[in-house]
Design a protein around this ligand. Sequence first.
Ligand SMILES: Cc1cc2nc3c(=O)[nH]c(=O)nc-3n(C[C@H](O)[C@H](O)[C@H](O)COP(=O)(O)OP(=O)(O)OC[C@H]3O[C@@H](n4cnc5c(N)ncnc54)[C@H](O)[C@@H]3O)c2cc1C
Length: 540
Amino acid sequence: MAEADAVIVGSGVNGLVAAAELALAGWSVVLVEREPNIGGFIATEERTLPGYLHDTYSSWHPLFVSGPAYARLGELLHRHGLEYRNTEEWVTASVADDGRVTLAHRDPRRTAEDFAHDEDRAAYLAALGRLGDNMVAIGGLMSGELRSPAVFRPAAALLRGGGRRGVERWVRSVATSGRGYTRTEFRGDEVDHLFAPWLLHAGLSPDHASGAFLMTLLAAGLHGVGVPVVAGGAGRFLDAFTSLLTTTGVRVETGTRADRILVEQGRAVGVASGGRVFRARRAVLASVTPTALYGTLLPQGAVRSELRDEARRFRYGRAAMQIHVALSQPLGWRDPRLNTIPIVHLSDGSGSTGIACAEAEAGLLPRRPTVVVGQQYVLDSSRVPPGAAALWLQLQEVPFTPRGDSAGELDTAQGWTPELAQGYADRVLNRIARHAPDLPGKVLAVDVIAPPDLTRRNPNAVDGDPYGGSVELDQSFLWRPLPSPGRHATDIRGLWHIGASTHPGPGLGGVSGHMVATTLTTGARFARLPRLSAGRRIRG
Ligand SMILES: Cc1cc2nc3c(=O)[nH]c(=O)nc-3n(C[C@H](O)[C@H](O)[C@H](O)COP(=O)(O)OP(=O)(O)OC[C@H]3O[C@@H](n4cnc5c(N)ncnc54)[C@H](O)[C@@H]3O)c2cc1C
């Protein structure tokens, strides 16, 4: 039996951040991971040919470098070998089916210069300006425990900044979809074309509420921090963490699946894996879905039945798919400005992306999927052999259980067979070839990761959802992970819930791991607001 101050289940970015921060504060830590390697959805592998280093899953680190975990750990990680590559120039672009291209530069003014209408330029810069003026407050809310008095300070700052009308404006933007926002605020379609596909990276569709708020936040992030990738591949991020965890004495147990969280007298006291027990003197942190936490890991009867019901009803979002392509040479786009852009979206904006999302949510393979074309080699040529190139293609509008094909071409009756995955990958490659006709002649090898492969790799990707649960408004902010806890502290003393299924949601920010580690090590008094039970009523 091993014993430590904290036992952490799951070595995704949040588990890694929490382990490092707790260890730096002097806690002894055991990190338990079921896979042979740490990292969750972070990995770099030669998936196609020797010499081609593909970021198998996640790749882009804007959320990490702009978040509080990086503020705490960044310098240390750099000392342990982490290096980023980024651009100060054109950062992202969208290409419509008719070949129309809209580009975004790191400089918001240069981006807006290409908009057709003066009033759109002004509206775009004004929206970014408003966000910039309130960024400290909004950052505080996005990385703070929402159901705690910690929220009062950023909320008051927001009120001071814009008054009641200003706060209402933010609340309204959280209630508004991306499509609604761009239709209301802009005469031309440049903002919609550029940023509607970016909503997919937040797990939304153009018609989901909170798209208006997130579109502005995403745009500000791209202008502010760009799209950093890890030099040599995302795996080097894990190397830096491994080195840091080793020097801080964290014990990492890979190949060890947590089967149960041990609870004694209402307190989490450890984790059981097969015949092994890891005792936790002070805390257990679980980076898992609510489905796993309340459905299988906790003993029956350890929590209220309402909570189990809420966990049972937790919804998962659309599935995702990843395609890696080894190229003999860089892609030659019809529009040569795209040759040096790290992230290109094939999308008409809300129009085609909205249709593809609806098709996927109806169980259909989209006819015209939004294709995320990652060209990391333009930032980091060390990932490919000299003179060669590679594409990181992401599809975020696929059904986990396909019921048909919108194009009527592919047979989905047997589910995600290798033939179906290959057939859909061919559709995606043909779509790119319309805008880069030399693609077919440059393809050396293709690797396809279908939705069930994501679930096999990481049980947090239930139904192939890359984001740990739907991030629609009713499962975000105050209501993530679940409506009644709505925070990282659980009903069980000493048990903390972290990871993409918890606030502030998916991505590589590592924020929930950081928040819980901070609460534990600074003894924050306000980890939660008292819950009002029937016996404790507010008296007026
Ligand atoms: C294909 C893809 C591309 C993405 N691209 C980006 C990107 O470029 N930028 C970005 O910011 N975000 C991206 N994301 C999202 C981002 O990767 C995730 O939101 C983030 O990695 C989730 O981190 P996490 O801390 O929740 O843990 P996860 O990465 O979900 O890892 C959880 C870990 O816990 C382990 N685990 C689960 N249950 C147990 C158990 N019972 N016992 C032991 N171990 C267990 C799992 O094996 C896993 O290793 C992408 C996601 C995918 C799938």
